[in-house]
Design a protein around this ligand. Structure first.
Ligand code: MOS
Length: 740
């Protein structure tokens, strides 16, 4: 049988995307479609004293101007058991429900008009008089302790640890202690967030950019107080998201509200500037790491304290401490998480949320400890290798991190590194080698899929998942084709619609481990249904056989003992006068989550070239080796990893929201001034996958491949900059002005 899983298949949706046949949320062309434009508050905190919409209402093409004075009052029911991607306490922003301004950029009015230009023009004509009140707009981690202060909250996991960290730290023969920060960062997907809302009577259809159609539906149903069954969310293509489309943002409510008011389908697309306030961001963080070790480099104490910014109206918290809790073997550990409330919009998951932050602090501190001990940074990691998850007290479902270190180090040529800083040079460039470990916890969620075997010999597989870029369409098609024994071209996978079977969030690296196994189950269910029909038939080759006497091979049914021929699916359907046959299957995590701890691992090695005269850092090489369990598609997997490397390089050297505390706003809220890596910034990026197949974690053997790829890149670069220059830059991004 041809293996399809494990093959570097090109994207099945590629041709549709490059020929413009893939319909993104903004592109659904509904009859009578009109446009909306938002007016946003220019102050960080206060209230609206008065609104004057007279001029806007008189403008050409205007259908409605919605403000808090005339918008419908919505029930905003609370969602019981909010999904992890949502804030766990507080309330999401209630739009146009009162005169309060909670952050700069908050939507305060919406203009609806026949054309986009008319809507934008009308929005500019809305006159609002604001009363400003004092706002907290400076991220001041000093306010993060003690927790008795008014604006400080303990995070969702305020503290975790084991042993006696403080005492062990005080007693440690060797100690390092340092503070690391990264600024507020933004997703900057190329496709803006956009919603088309269309009411037909009591039924609402949303064409939306989202990583989770089912959650989108649930949230809007609760906001409007209507049954979920009356809402359909359609989202077949997503043009990049990085976590920004996990949650349902207020503009979705505004689009639905506006469509209801004007009785026409309404499109509301955020402007590039609005993407810096109307969706979330990676929160500004400061972390303090203290490591204690024996002289031979064994960790005896680990203390990690993290403080992040959060908005006031709801609490978004991240799992920053998860890597610290189990990446290294250490008997004494204390990890603490605090939030500083600010008058800003709410942060949200972005590219390995939390974990990338925690790994940054931990892996930079490990490098500092290696220097202090005069031990090679890679050797230090090996000496503290965690054979088990010491926080959970569980064995790993699998862990090939040693192989990652060895493979990547060999490929990179780590042995050529001279330990002293400033000891390697090429021309007028200082050369630095740096490395870091990557880890991202592996999760699974319940998922359902349907498989329809069709009369033409193919199959249609469906689930309400999403493909924001990693290749869900392709990899799920591979899983189904291999399970059914059909050629790839005979299988079509459909996603992105609440009418399809339930899928979990397309985020947190859970998609393949969750949905992939559901697809395997659904394929099995369809096969069983067909085999049952064949066995129950009055005649035919399988008539009257017990179930164990038949088996599927190469796209059809055969006798399990190998005698007789394979009868293809299509032939079996014909014999039973069926045009098609459909079955559902589902998969969910089980007992294994109590028996094992699961994570994807990686080792990242980078080379930097620093020009001391200019302060520039170039990164000619990033080599990563990863243990992500089984790899379904090495081509899309590689793309994921080099994408993560590019994101990590951005975090290390370029990305920063420049913050104007006077107005509580991002000054560089555009792609010209918010720097992200471009082709000229990227050299060799190489991703190697070490062999693994984690059946302890799930039947498919995958661990989840996405977030792990960005983790470790930024600290590896910062560590390489130290090696090149002898300067430890603990504040990201490392821009030329910092190095000069
Ligand atoms: Mo990812 S930040 O889980 O979309």
């Amino acid at each position: 049988m041809n293996a399809i899983i494990g093959q570097p298949v090109s994207r099945v949706d590629g041709p549709a995307k490059v020929t413009g046949h893939a319909t993104y949320a903004a592109e659904f062309d509904l009859p009578g479609l009109v446009h909306a434009a938002m007016v946003v508050a220019p102050i960080p905190r206060g209230h609206i004293r008065s609104v004057d919409t007279a001029a806007a209402e008189r403008a050409p093409g205007v259908l409605a101007i919605l403000t808090h004075e005339n918008a419908p009052r919505l029930p905003y029911h609370q969602i019981p058991q909010r999904p992890q991607v949502d804030a766990q306490s507080g309330e999401q922003l209630h739009v146009l429900q009162d005169a309060e301004v909670r952050f700069n950029g908050q939507p305060v009015a919406v203009a609806v008009a026949e054309t986009l230009e008319q809507a934008v023009h009308a929005a500019e004509l809305v006159r609002i008089d604001y009363a400003r009140t004092p706002a907290l707009t400076i991220f001041d981690p000093a306010r993060g302790r003690p927790p008795s202060e008014g604006n400080v909250k303990a995070g969702r996991v305020p503290e975790l640890g084991r042993g006696e960290a403080e005492a062990a730290l005080a007693a440690a023969p060797v100690r390092v202690e340092a503070r690391y920060t990264h600024p507020r960062e933004h997703h900057n997907a190329i496709e803006p967030h956009v919603t088309i809302a269309h009411w037909e009577g009591e039924h609402l259809t949303l064409y939306d950019k989202t990583q989770w159609v089912d959650n989108d539906r649930k949230e809007i149903a609760h906001v409007f107080g209507i049954p979920e069954e009356r809402i359909r969310v359609v989202s077949p293509f997503v043009g990049g998201a990085f976590g920004s489309a996990l949650r349902t943002w207020p503009h979705v409510t505004l689009a639905a509200m506006a469509a209801q008011r004007v009785g026409r389908p309404v499109r509301l697309e955020l402007t590039r500037r609005q993407l810096y306030t109307s969706i979330g961001f990676r929160p500004h963080s400061e972390q303090h790491v203290a490591l204690g070790a024996t002289k031979d480099g064994r960790l005896s104490a680990l203390k990690h304290e993290v403080i992040q910014q959060v908005g006031r109206y709801e609490e978004y918290a991240e799992t920053v401490l998860s890597p610290t809790s189990h990446l290294y073997s250490c008997p004494n550990l204390l990890a603490r998480y605090r939030l500083v409330e600010m008058d800003t919009n709410s942060p949200c998951p972005m590219r390995a949320p939390g974990v990338v932050t925690g790994v940054l602090g931990l892996e930079m501190a490990m490098d500092e400890l290696a220097v202090e001990l005069n031990i090679d940074p890679l050797e230090l990691r090996l000496r503290n290798y965690a054979e088990t998850d010491e926080q959970k007290g569980l064995p790993w479902s699998s862990k090939e991190l040693r192989a990652c270190y060895a493979t990547a180090a060999e490929r990179f040529g780590w042995s050529r590194r001279r330990p002293e800083p400033r000891s390697m040079r090429e021309g007028d460039q200082l050369v630095g080698y740096g490395m870091a470990t990557a880890i991202y916890h592996s999760d699974r969620s319940a998922a359902t899929a349907s498989v329809a075997l069709t009369g033409n010999g193919g199959a249609v597989v469906r689930s309400a998942s999403s493909d924001m870029g990693p290749g869900t369409y392709t990899s799920m098609t591979q899983v189904a084709a291999e399970t059914l024994g059909l050629p790839l071209e005979q299988v079509r996978f459909e996603l992105g619609d609440t009418n399809l079977p339930y899928a979990p969030v397309h985020g947190g690296s859970v998609t393949m481990a969750s949905l992939g196994n559901a697809i395997v189950a659904a394929c099995g269910a369809a096969q069983k249904k067909l085999a049952d029909l064949a066995r129950a038939a009055q005649q035919g080759p399988f008539s009257g056989l017990p179930s164990e006497a038949v088996a599927f091979h190469g796209g059809g049914l055969a006798r399990a003992d190998g005698s007789g021929s394979v009868v293809p699916y299509a032939e079996l359907l014909r014999q039973h006068n069926l045009g098609w046959l459909e079955a559902e299957g589902s998969a969910q995590p089980g007992e294994e989550t109590k028996k094992y701890s699961s994570a994807a691992f990686g080792a990242v090695f980078v080379e930097v070239r620093v020009d001391e005269a200019l302060g520039t850092v170039r990164v000619p090489r990033i080599i990563g080796a990863y243990d992500v369990g089984r790899v379904i598609n090495p081509k899309t997997a590689r793309s994921q990893c080099i994408g993560g490397m590019v994101g990590g390089l951005g975090m290390a050297l370029e990305e920063r929201a420049d913050w104007d505390a006077r107005f509580g706003r991002v000054m560089n809220a555009n792609l010209a001034e918010y720097l992200v890596p471009v082709n000229a910034d990227i050299g060799v990026t190489e991703a190697i996958f070490v062999p693994n197949d984690d059946r302890n974690f799930n039947p498919l053997g995958v661990k989840g491949l996405a977030e792990v790829a960005i983790c470790g890149v930024a600290p590896a670069i910062a560590n390489a900059v130290w090696h090149a220059t002898g300067r430890r830059i603990r504040q990201l991004p490392i821009t030329p002005d910092v190095l000069l």
